[in-house]
Design a protein around this ligand. Sequence first.
Ligand SMILES: *[C@@H]1O[C@H](CO)[C@@H](O)[C@H](O)[C@H]1NC(C)=O
Ligand SMILES: *[C@@H]1O[C@H](CO)[C@@H](O)[C@H](O)[C@H]1NC(C)=O
Ligand SMILES: *[C@@H]1O[C@H](CO)[C@@H](O)[C@H](O)[C@H]1NC(C)=O
Ligand SMILES: [Zn+2]
Length: 414
Amino acid sequence: MKVTSLPLAAAAAGVALLSTQPATASPLPHQLSFGDSPSLSTTFSLLSSLTSASLDVFTPRLVQTAHDEAPYWGFPHYLRWKGVRFFDVTDHLDANGQDVLLAHSLLSATSNEKKTSSFPSKLSYQKQVGSVHANISESGPRANIAAFTSFTNRYYKSGSGKQSQQWLLAKVKEITSVDENITVEEFEHPWGQNSIIAKIPATDSKAAEENGRIVVGSHQDSVNLIFPYLPAPGADDDGSGTVTQLESLRALLASGWKPSHSNVEFHFYSAEEGGLLGSQAVARSYAESGKKVRAMSQFDMTAFIKAGTNATIGVITDVVSPELTAFNRLLIEGYLDVPWVDTQLGYAGSDHASWTKVGVPSAFSVEATFGDCNLKRIHTTSDTFTHDEYSFEHILRFSRLSSAFIIELAGWGK
Ligand SMILES: *[C@@H]1O[C@H](CO)[C@@H](O)[C@H](O)[C@H]1NC(C)=O
Ligand SMILES: *[C@@H]1O[C@H](CO)[C@@H](O)[C@H](O)[C@H]1NC(C)=O
Ligand SMILES: *[C@@H]1O[C@H](CO)[C@@H](O)[C@H](O)[C@H]1NC(C)=O
Ligand SMILES: [Zn+2]
């Protein structure tokens, strides 16, 4: 795709916008009569919302697309179009142009690091994990994905992106309401859609303080490749990871689980599609305030099984911790009914990369090898949950992986 085709597409999208749903504009009046002030103001509000949407797309940002590359001014929308994954580091450079997140990765060079970056080489909680897995079922994910894809899009700057975040917040609160000690908070961002963090405290708070947190993540935003404010159901990217985590959390709590020796956090990031904006803000905040994280596991796209292939779990091997990734393979071998297959995604593939930057061991599991992922539908109106290659059975495998990861690392408190 050429850069020069962008303005044309944006103009086309602008026309489409007028006939769909600019988040802040009033509906089109039947007749525009210019002597009449309400119509004038309606026209003005339409034009200004179209202008701000276009400004959003045509504003360059400091982006980084490779580990050894200096940030440069680029257009996030164009990068997405080309399928290039990127960090938007505009808000995370110091006065000398150094990446603030990388500076904080010094945190991981402390004496604790050796201890915290080693992970179990065998499984210890088969019985307990089995009891949680027995409670995992399709009904939650089916209902949740239907609701979560019912918003026009979940773009992080759109009105419907904010509404979908509020729906998710209410859902996480509902699921966690069974335990008074669980907190659910919004991590506020300036762009509208906030990240959501649910914290489950360990029964042994002293051990938890020493060991650091166990974090599982997914991203809540979606985007349309043509123009970000157009419809984008994002059923796989990353509605699937979102409902994967909701089911893992629900089944853990239904089984009476509490972590024993590490606090556990479920993160639902905003603005992954904007260049890992939400997860960078969260990771930086944790690093700057010295909140220790022992391990982070990302779930982004968990539903797709390409026709003619057998189900596998893709294990991402770049921009992750090799030690945590080895542990992740052990979990798949011990707890799932399909094999893992190593695969690579490139730099800034998903939110785990923000944690890798601040020196936290991260892992990333995905629906298949990169080549067999849902690459044709994502970021389009076709990323729905109603086609034949969208599998709830596959989603549940990742809910099992998430809950096993949590129990084997954070324990089972009494
Ligand atoms: C899961 O646990 C809940 C609460 O104990 C129970 O009501 C529900 O029937 C269980 N579901 C399955 C599929 O076992
Ligand atoms: C909440 O924490 C308190 C203090 O640790 C504990 O006594 C109580 O049982 C916990 N409640 C639940 C539902 O686990
Ligand atoms: C899928 O698995 C079956 C049974 O193990 C095997 O016979 C078949 O060749 C596999 N198909 C592919 C495409 O790998
Ligand atoms: Zn995406």
